[in-house]
Design a protein around this ligand. Structure first.
Ligand SMILES: [Zn+2]
Length: 220
């Protein structure tokens, strides 16, 4: 029974990973979260994750991943470069190659050390925006690799893998967490909690999904 087991959630304090955290709290007896600190554009992201973890009473690990700055100076990690959408199939400028490979691998090492069999991540193939390590096939492959590397039987869970943004809001609602996710999470590239600045690509995606879901819900 999953109910008796322990999980580590890869957690940024955003809509997706917070929804995953609520999902995990329902599935598992014990849940811990891990946030990767790679000198995010906004330190507020770490604060926001910390506050949510505190409020939900889960143990919060913050791992220093500032080496990502050396590997991939780009808009997410450096303040002096503007966030741009990818054009003509190019990767968006927020892309850090192999980021999920690194993050989920480190989450695996942590899971091993805290005695957790389950790893939960909000990666999603549906709004696959050019990130190859968001694909389901990659996660399945990494699951096998992690198990072989540590001689464990980890299970990587991806509750959002096939959901669009509206369905992610729906999942939050089903977990009785819609208001919490809406009011306390940070997705905005400009560092504005909750409904955000309304202008950046992340805010637009988030709002479009929420409006779509709320319209569907009202129609029921
Ligand atoms: Zn924004």
């Amino acid at each position: 029974m999953l109910k008796d087991e322990k999980a580590v959630v890869v957690f940024s304090g955003g809509q997706d990973s917070t929804t995953c955290l609520f999902w995990a709290l329902k599935q598992f007896k014990e849940v811990e979260v891990v946030t990767f600190d790679y000198n995010q554009r906004h330190r507020l992201e770490i604060e926001c994750a910390k506050n949510i973890a505190d409020e939900l009473g889960v143990r919060h690990h913050i791992l220093d991943m500032s080496l990502l700055n050396q590997l991939a100076p780009n808009a997410l990690t450096r303040n002096d470069i503007e966030v741009k959408e990818g054009e003509d199939g190019e990767l968006p400028s927020t892309f850090v190659p192999g980021r999920n490979l690194l993050f989920i691998s480190f989450a695996g090492v942590l899971a091993s050390q805290v005695g957790a069999k389950h790893i939960v991540t909000g990666v999603c193939e549906t709004d696959f925006s050019g990130y190859p390590d968001c694909r389901d096939i990659f996660i399945k492959s990494l699951n096998v690799t992690l198990n072989l590397s540590m001689d464990k039987e980890f299970v990587i869970h991806t509750p959002l893998m096939w959901l669009d943004k509206a369905e992610t809001w729906q999942l939050a609602d089903e977990l009785n967490a819609l208001d919490f996710v809406r009011e306390k999470t940070l997705t905005c590239y400009n560092g504005v909690i909750a409904d955000g600045c309304g202008e950046c690509p992340a805010c637009q995606l988030r709002r479009k999904g929420l409006e779509k879901y709320l319209t569907t819900r009202e129609a029921l």
